[in-house]
Design a protein around this ligand. Structure first.
Ligand code: ADP
Ligand code: ADP
Ligand code: MG
Length: 673
């Protein structure tokens, strides 16, 4: 076995790989850029080597620097994680030349599978079902239209070197093809330095289902079942699960054997993933093979019990696979949510900054056998910088059934507390409540179809509203009790009396009576207009002022609610609901009703910078009249270009930024008349 391993990555995946190495007793070496001096992966590793500037192109992507670091530290093998150099054949070659083992497949497999055109041809030869379409490079618009006409609409135009959902366009008409061809080509050239594109049939309402394979250097290859990754935004996965609620045993077996056949055809070794697109009749077609550890590998680990990273390390060291196909059993269900630094209330724009608070749910197995796993690379006080992937963590749950895993995920998300930056937890929590998700009726269009107008916090049902109001009243009640404790006035006298409160929630005033002493459940009654009790509930919790998450029960049903104190109340969030709740005494409520409502400033005349970023292009001039939807400017942040459009017709009065400017969030880029 290797005496030392270097991990050529950062963030959660570097930490993930470190864990398996540590379990196997292998010392580890981390590498880090200027931006990652204090990062978790550096702290966790046995040794760390500084490799350069913050931009990945000056550090994590520089082959020579990684190899020098490995040599200097005496590492015998390198694990690349995902992204960065993980699917770079030059890197694998350079390591080989330096006599260092690459914990991944052979160079040929990376080369063939790294190219969508080549891999599709190769898969067809290995008798794997491929998406109908033309397997060649498209030269110009004329040929693009001809090929699209032959395939039949809709079609998908794709960059051969593509990855991460980039460089692909759907075309429904000839005009779309011309435009999509140009767009794919230029995106491919700028993102991948390779402008070859091809065209295939667009599979309508498809599901994304992929097979995990594992192979050794001695000719043995097995599959570990499937993962379904249909919940995507902009062709990027957001929620994944294993197994898929859609597959029957027969389809699973035939997808599994095609995946294994393909892996064998490229002499694959290590862990890899064969991605398929599946139509509503369970026809499946090969999309691509990812020759690395996949972001969503933990769901497979939880249902199979196999440590994929450990197997990758063993295989790279020349060991035989210790599992046969019949050893692989799928147990229960696992779901993964990708927690991204992006603001769901602002069209998922990337968000950067300091994690002022970062309190993930506790990992482990509970008394019912339900599992929470949190793969992360950050801790409280850490930074989410503009330089790298905006993923903060991957939250994974496992249970005996799909419903149990989803319920556990909902609870875990409700108790995952992050402050300081925008994040998508409210959105993920909302998905967990959606009927269509719970029914497993998925397609890759799920998010677009379920959230046609983007995401906004869910309006609570009357029952949910009452429960939130009751919890808010209890929070306030406890706060009062604690003040009495602190002043020692009532110390030792277990007093219990009824308090009257008015809870303002979602524009309504609820009159409440709350009863119960410190440390015991409270009985909360909600009154109707006549002052009679219309509902009554028992609220119990160990919450104490200052705690970020309220865990407790309302009439015996468990809940986790995030609590952020605001003036006169609390900002509460739970299950995709997120709203301020004010708690007043009856007299305060009377007075509060008389307070003038502060008018919000009119922001509609200004174009604000949606996140800290770089102005790449300004498309309009002062004095120019623009129409709704017209492009105003482009701001780049976290490797993504964000196009800002005019929200209404108007005339540009003043432009405050120029191309190349670095702007703070909410900086006014331009003003309208
Ligand atoms: P997965 O199927 O595992 O989600 P993705 O294709 O979404 O894989 O990519 C996984 C990671 O690799 C992401 O962090 C993404 O940003 C990165 N990535 C994917 N393709 C490339 C590429 N060509 N160059 C650099 N990073 C990439
Ligand atoms: P990447 O390398 O960026 O991951 P993929 O080829 O794996 O590219 O495609 C990413 C996603 O795009 C898929 O998960 C699927 O949602 C969608 N997609 C790709 N090809 C097709 C197709 N032919 N028909 C329908 N959807 C597709
Ligand atoms: Mg893919």
């Amino acid at each position: 076995m290797f005496k030392k391993i270097l991990i050529a990555n950062r963030g959660e995946i570097a930490c993930r790989v470190l864990k398996s190495a540590r379990k196997m007793g292998i010392p580890t070496v981390a590498v880090y850029s200027d931006a990652d001096r204090d990062a978790m992966h550096v702290e966790l590793a046995d040794e760390a080597v500084h490799i350069g500037g913050a931009p990945a192109s000056e550090s994590y992507l520089v082959i020579e620097k990684i190899i020098n670091a490995a040599k200097a530290a005496g590492a015998e093998a390198v694990h690349p994680g995902y992204g960065f150099l993980s699917e770079n054949a030059q890197f694998a070659k350079a390591l080989k030349k330096a006599g260092i083992a690459f914990i991944g497949p052979n160079v040929k497999a990376i080369e063939v599978m790294g190219d969508k055109i080549e891999s599709k041809k190769f898969a067809a030869k290995a008798k794997v079902n491929t998406v109908p379409g033309n397997p060649g490079v498209i030269k110009d618009e004329k040929q693009a239209i001809k090929v699209a006409d032959e395939i039949g609409y809709p079609v998908m135009i794709k960059a051969s070197a593509g990855g991460g959902g980039k460089g692909m366009r759907i075309a429904h008409t000839r005009d779309d093809v011309a435009e999509g061809f140009r767009a794919s080509m230029s995106e491919a050239a700028s993102s991948f330095g390779d402008d070859r594109v091809f065209i295939e049939k667009f599979i309508v309402d498809p599901r994304h289902i992929e097979i995990q394979v594992l192979a050794d250097a001695h000719g043995k290859c097995i599959h570990l079942g499937e993962r379904e990754c249909s919940i995507q935004r902009r062709n990027q996965k957001v929620i994944e699960e294993a197994p898929s609620p859609f597959l029957d045993e027969k389809t699973r077996q035939s997808m599994g054997s095609q995946a294994v056949a393909l892996a064998k055809a490229v002499d694959y070794q290590s862990a890899g993933t064969v991605e398929f697109i599946v139509d509503k009749d369970r026809n499946f077609y090969f999309l691509e093979m990812n020759t690395r550890l996949q972001v969503e590998h933990p769901v497979t680990e939880l249902v199979t019990g196999v440590d994929l990273v450990e197997e990758m390390i063993r295989v790279a060291a020349g060991e035989k696979l210790s599992y046969g196909q019949s050893d692989i059993q799928l147990n229960g269900w696992a779901v993964e949510s990708r927690i991204y630094a992006e603001d769901p209330y602002r069209n998922f724009l990337p968000s950067t900054g300091r994690l002022v608070r970062y309190q993930p749910p506790e990992e482990g197995v509970d008394e019912n056998g339900l599992v929470i796993r949190n793969d992360t690379g950050v801790s409280e006080g850490g930074d989410i910088s503009i330089y790298y992937d905006p993923m903060i963590a991957k939250l994974i749950t496992h249970g005996p059934t799909r419903a149990a895993a989803i319920d556990h995920m909902a609870k875990a998300l409700d108790s995952f507390y992050i402050d300081g930056i925008g994040h998508n937890i409210p959105f993920l929590a909302d998905v967990m409540k959606r009927k269509r998700w719970r029914d497993g009726k998925l397609t890759t269009g799920f998010i677009e179809e379920e959230y046609p107008d983007g995401f906004s916090p869910r309006t609570p049902s009357d029952e949910e509203r009452d429960a939130m109001a009751a919890i808010a009243a209890c929070l306030d009640h406890l706060g009062n009790e604690r003040r009495r404790e602190i002043t020692q006035q009532m110390k030792g006298q277990n007093v219990s009396f009824v308090e009257a409160r008015v809870v303002r929630i979602g524009g309504q005033d609820l009159h409440i009576r709350i009863d119960g002493g410190l440390g015991e459940p409270s009985t909360v009654r909600l009154l109707n207009d006549k002052g009679d009790t219309r509902a009554s509930m028992v609220v119990a919790s160990d919450w104490w002022p200052g705690m970020a998450v309220w865990f407790g029960t309302v009439d015996g049903s468990e809940k986790a609610v995030q609590v952020r104190p605001i003036s006169n109340g609390y900002d509460l969030s739970h299950g995709g609901i997120h709203l301020p709740v004010y708690v007043y005494t009856e007299r305060e409520a009377e007075l509060a009703a008389l307070m003038p409502v502060k008018a919000l400033p009119d922001r509609s005349k200004f174009v604000h910078c949606p996140m800290p970023g770089l102005v790449v292009r300004i498309d309009v001039k002062e004095g120019q009249a623009v129409k709704t939807g017209e492009t105003l400017c482009i701001v780049e942040a976290m490797k993504m270009e964000n196009v800002l459009h005019a929200e209404k017709d108007g005339v540009v009065a003043k432009i405050n930024a120029t191309e190349g400017d670095s702007l703070a969030v909410d900086a006014v880029i331009m003003e309208f008349e």
